[in-house]
Design a protein around this ligand. Structure first.
Ligand code: CTP
Length: 212
């Protein structure tokens, strides 16, 4: 099994890069995991209290569960990822996503390169490097259209947690990347490189694989 980790700041285009690679390889060949599914749940807190949590710190995620699920997949066992509802800041308790063992697993998320335990499981480490002005513009649109946020809340959250955590944890994790893809989903060459490398693995050419 080949595990590809795709990190990058909020709105950088991590999901678009992952989806583009999956489209090229064929959906059935890849298991896709988003770190967003692994946000810790806080049912003991009110909606207002949950809204004030720092969701950009590495500790906001249940990375132990994510590591466990990756190890389950490596052992050929299916795993069941939680589902997260951003409009409620809460796990959807009755729902899970089935993750099937596969030749290729792609995980994307803010901290897939900053967490050392996750990082140790990755065969190819990718960082999507997109300018902060582009990222915040995308975030404003997404958070208002899809996550039920106001422009004021996006503004406050960005300055209070998103930007400082990006600078403290996400940007420094770029040094762990094997491949840095500027401008994410629009970088056709970067996406092709990653797809070709992955196809090489699927065809049985393991020469480049340090774990082979
Ligand atoms: N977040 C939030 N409210 C929550 C939980 C998370 O606003 N209850 C925000 C965090 O502030 C974090 C962001 O969700 O910055 C993480 O998602 P992001 O990386 O922006 O989304 P992806 O779609 O995974 O990334 P990309 O746009 O790069 O594809």
């Amino acid at each position: 099994m080949l595990i590809i980790g795709i990190a990058g700041g909020t709105g950088s285009g991590k999901t678009t890069v992952a989806r583009s690679v999956i489209d090229r390889l064929g959906a059935g060949k890849v298991t896709f995991i988003s770190q967003d599914n692994y946000y810790k749940d806080h049912p003991e807190l009110s909606f207002e209290e949950r809204g004030a949590i720092n969701y950009d710190h590495p500790f906001a995620f249940d990375n132990d569960l994510m590591v466990k699920h990756l190890n389950d997949l490596k052992e050929g066992k299916a795993a069941y990822a939680p589902v997260y509802d951003f409009t409620l800041h809460a796990r959807s308790v009755d729902q899970t996503v089935e993750l099937k063992p596969n030749n290729i697993v792609i995980i994307e998320g803010l901290h897939v390169l900053s967490d050392e335990h996750l990082r140790a499981l990755l065969d190819i480490k990718v960082f999507v490097d997109t300018d902060p002005d582009v990222r915040i513009l995308r975030r404003v649109v997404r958070d208002i259209e899809e996550r039920g946020r106001s422009i004021r809340s996006v503004h406050d959250q960005y300055l209070r947690t998103v930007k400082p955590m990006h600078e403290a944890f996400i940007e420094p994790s770029k040094k762990y990347a094997d491949l840095i893809i500027p401008e994410g989903g629009h970088n056709e060459v970067g996406i092709q490189l990653l797809s070709i490398l992955t196809e090489k693995y699927l065809s049985g050419d393991h020469q480049w694989d340090h774990r082979a």
